[in-house]
Every structure is written in structure tokens, then in C-alpha cells.
Design a protein around this ligand. Structure first.
Ligand code: ARG
Length: 461
């Protein structure tokens, strides 16, 4: 199509340089907004009819034409022509070609600036629901897995050094908590989307008697913008959305990192299902956790989108600038990446197995019960800082003597503190420790049972 046919470029002389056409187009990626563009246009046209800016018959022609175009796009019959720059112009041109004159009235009182701002908000509203359902699916997979390991113990690490014994279920539920915050963050982000920018035009609104309340209501927005200058250039919600995606990716990368480590021969705590492993082109014995490595890697791309979005917004002069066209590259990319990672993580979690036998063989190594012993001494009236020192000395002795704390005789214990009694043996050893955890949310057996029940109920809602 030659650019002289573009009614909105009468002001320009001659043809666009083909390089310009390629450089400015966004149709190649914003075509995925088509459904939102069309419902937005139908709402706008209905409002124009209500305001008598177009006739009822014209509205009907516009609506029918747009519905037909929507079908053509869905069925892959629509010919996308990048000379139209973006999805908004491509659809408008197709409408004019289909219905003629009434199609030319669709853009009355509207700019692509308020149009695209509306489309993105509508897209994001749906996209957030998709993300939330994927978060829920992953949470459910974790809770199911936690149910299988409600009593088994594993070492927990701080600084990647053995710290304290924990029930495996509580370790797994720690991810459910992270995902819960991700869910809530997206919910809050969705609240920011409730304001309709439609009616704001290019920057200053319109002299026509548009009814922004009508379009807002039709499109399910609960409020309208009261400042057209802000409404047409506000992309704060895009930065927030990508940030929310970035934190989901962060959480998934931590899970990935854990299980990459845990699936190594050195740990052998977890076994990723064969269906989620890859092998090596050279080393025939290999079972590689590539999917986890890629979940970890994809986080980088999401952070990149966040940086790009913020940088894109930084120091933009007031009002719409074409820079904003590229917002979509980053929100789409962040959403697509995180959706794929959530799905993959859910698949891995659904089939992973913890090797409880292997884990238990090393459980009494590394003095996981040392903190519990110090707390036992507190129970005997010793100040914690002193108790800490006593147990530190005991551990140093045991290490030299190649013993565990539970191997010591009562006499040996008494050399370090006369207050230690034979009930000490009920407070050390990992099984005793996880049964003794008393605080809410501690990684013990009682808490695991409670938390599994809690999450099952929560996620069934
Ligand atoms: N494709 C543009 C975007 O995505 C639409 C708005 C363009 N507006 C303009 N006046 N050039 O942001």
C-alpha cells in the first residue's frame, strides 16, 4: 500500500522512506492487542452514538465491521500491512475499506495516544489474571508435594552451610509464601488499571462532548482519568507490572538454584524427573537440570525489561512521546517469559522426588541440633549468650573427637555445664528438634501439618 493512501499523513510530502516504515512500525508486535483495540473502539463508537456524534446506523456498521475484522484476525485471514504502523491504524483502515464513510468517523474525539493507553490497560488486566492462575497452579503443586513430605526432615542452610533441621514440607511451603506475595502484588497492580484514559485524546482531551464515563463503564473501568496530560503518557503501571514479573522470576530463580544444587551428586536431595532433564552430547551418563538453569537465566531478561521500561520513562518530556511505543516490547516480553517459567516450574514441582533416604543418612552430620541444645540450656536458666558459648565449645570438641552431640555421655556434657541433665537427649538429634519447634511458622512437624491444611484450604477457594 502506498503511503499516500494514509489519510492521516496528508501533511507530509511524497512517500515514506521504506526504512522509516520499518523503523516506526509496531504492528509486528502490537497486533496481539487487537481484541482490546476492537472492544475499545466499539465502546468509543457506542459513546459517539449516545452523544449523537454519529448515528445509530453508523454505530451498527462500525460495530459489525469491527466484529468481522476481529474474526478475520482470530482466524488468521487478516492481512497485516506494516505501512499502517500499528494495530490501531491497521484496524481502522480495514474498517474504512469494509464499510466506507462510517468507518472514517470512528476516530472522532480519539487519538492513538488515549487508544493505546486504553488497550494496554485492558490487555494487562487479563494478563494479570493469567499470571495469577499460573501462580496458583504452582502453589498447588508445591502444597501437594509438601503433603508427601510432611514428616521428613532435611537440613536447612544459611550461607549455604548447614544450619538447622527443617521438615521438608515447610521448605516447600516457603515458596508458596513467596508466590502468595507475587499474587497480591499483581492484584495491587491490577487496581492501578481501573482508570480509563479514553477521552483524553492526544494530550488535551477534546472540544467534542465525549462521555468518558460511558466508555469507562462499558470497558469495565471503575473510574476515569481527570487529567488528559497525565492519562496519555502514564506508563507507571507498566513499570510496576514488569517489577512484579521480575520478582516472580527472582523467586523462581531461587527455586531453580536450590534444585540445581540439590540434584547434584554431592547433595542428591532431589531427583528431577527424566522428562524434565536433558543429557549431554558427549557425556553419556549426564542428567542435566537445564530447565532449571534456563528458569534461572530467563530472570535476567525480565530484569532487562524492567531496566528498559524505567529507562524509557526517565526524563520523557510531558505528554505522549513515541518512545512509549516500545513499552509493549517489554511488558509482553516480561509476561511471556514469566508465564513460561511458571508453567515449567509447575511441571518440575509436580514430578520431582526428594530422596529422603539419602537426606537422612547425613542428617546427624553438621550439628544441626546445636541451636536446639543452646535453647535447652536456656531452659535450665543459662543466659543465651553463655549457652551459645558452651555449645560452641562442645561442637569444637565433638569435631575434634569425630563425634555427634548425641554421642556424648552425660559426664562429658557435665564437664561443659553441670546443669545439663539426662533429659538433654530428648532435645538433641534432628527428630527431637523438629518435634520441639514451638514458634508459629517454625519449620517443625506440627507447623507443617497445620500449614499444609491451611494452604489446601486457601488454594481451594
Ligand atoms: N503505536 C503507538 C504506540 O504504541 C500508538 C500511538 C502513536 N501515536 C502517535 N501520535 N504517533 O504507542
Amino acid at each position: 500500500m502506498d503511503s499516500s493512501k494514509k489519510s492521516w499523513e496528508k501533511r507530509l510530502a511524497g512517500e515514506r522512506d521504506p526504512m522509516t516504515v520499518d523503523f516506526v512500525e509496531s504492528l509486528s508486535y502490537d497486533n496481539r492487542l487487537y481484541k482490546y483495540d476492537i472492544v475499545g473502539s466499539i465502546a468509543h463508537a457506542q459513546m459517539l452514538a449516545e452523544q449523537k456524534l454519529i448515528t445509530k446506523a453508523e454505530f451498527k456498521a462500525i460495530k459489525d465491521g469491527l466484529i468481522e475484522i476481529s474474526k478475520e484476525i482470530t482466524e488468521g485471514r487478516f492481512k497485516f500491512d506494516k505501512t499502517y504502523e500499528d494495530i490501531h491504524m491497521a484496524i481502522e483502515a480495514a474498517l474504512v475499506a469494509k464499510i466506507g464513510e462510517p468507518g472514517m468517523k470512528l476516530h472522532t474525539g480519539r487519538s492513538r495516544n488515549d487508544q493505546v493507553a486504553t488497550d494496554i490497560r485492558l490487555w494487562m488486566r487479563d494478563e494479570i489474571e493469567v499470571l495469577q492462575s499460573k501462580i496458583n497452579a504452582l502453589q498447588k503443586a508445591f502444597v501437594k508435594l509438601a503433603g508427601k513430605y510432611a514428616k521428613d526432615v532435611m537440613p536447612a542452610y544459611t550461607h549455604l552451610q548447614r544450619a538447622q533441621p527443617v521438615v521438608i514440607a515447610m521448605y516447600l511451603l516457603s515458596f508458596v509464601e513467596q508466590l502468595k506475595r507475587d499474587f497480591v502484588r499483581l492484584k495491587n497492580c491490577r487496581k492501578m488499571l481501573k482508570i480509563s484514559p479514553l477521552g483524553s485524546g492526544a494530550i488535551a482531551g477534546s472540544t467534542l462532548p465525549l462521555d468518558s464515563e460511558s466508555t469507562a463503564k462499558q470497558l469495565g473501568f471503575s473510574d476515569i482519568s481527570y487529567n488528559s496530560i497525565d492519562a496519555t503518557s502514564d506508563r507507571d503501571f507498566c513499570a510496576e507490572f514488569i517489577f512484579d514479573c521480575a520478582l516472580i522470576a527472582t523467586h523462581l530463580s531461587r527455586l531453580a538454584e536450590d534444585w540445581i544444587i540439590y540434584s547434584s551428586e554431592e547433595f542428591a536431595f532431589v531427583r528431577i524427573d527424566d522428562s524434565h532433564c536433558t543429557s549431554s552430547s558427549m557425556m553419556p551418563q549426564k542428567r542435566n537440570p537445564d530447565v532449571l538453569e534456563l528458569i534461572r537465566a530467563k530472570t535476567a531478561g525480565v530484569y532487562g525489561s524492567l531496566m528498559a521500561m524505567l529507562t524509557l520513562l526517565k526524563a520523557q518530556p510531558s505528554g505522549y512521546n513515541r518512545d512509549l511505543q516500545e513499552d509493549k516490547i517489554h511488558i509482553f516480553s516480561a509476561a511471556d517469559t514469566v508465564k513460561a517459567s511458571l508453567d515449567m516450574a509447575q511441571a518440575v514441582v509436580s514430578r520431582v522426588k526428594f530422596d529422603t533416604k539419602k537426606i537422612s543418612t547425613g542428617l546427624e552430620e553438621g550439628f544441626l541440633d546445636a541451636t536446639a541444645l543452646a535453647e535447652y540450656l536456656v531452659g535450665k536458666g543459662i543466659a543465651f549468650r553463655q549457652a551459645h558459648g558452651i555449645v560452641g565449645s562442645l561442637v569444637a570438641y565433638c569435631e575434634k573427637a569425630e563425634k555427634k552431640l548425641a554421642d556424648l555421655t552425660l559426664d562429658q556434657f557435665k564437664e561443659y555445664s553441670p546443669l545439663i541433665d539426662k533429659d538433654v537427649y530428648e532435645s538433641i538429634g534432628v527428630a527431637n528438634v523438629v518435634a520441639k519447634y514451638a514458634t508459629e511458622g517454625a519449620a517443625g512437624t506440627r507447623q507443617a501439618k497445620e500449614q499444609i491444611a491451611y494452604w489446601k484450604k486457601q488454594l481451594a477457594k
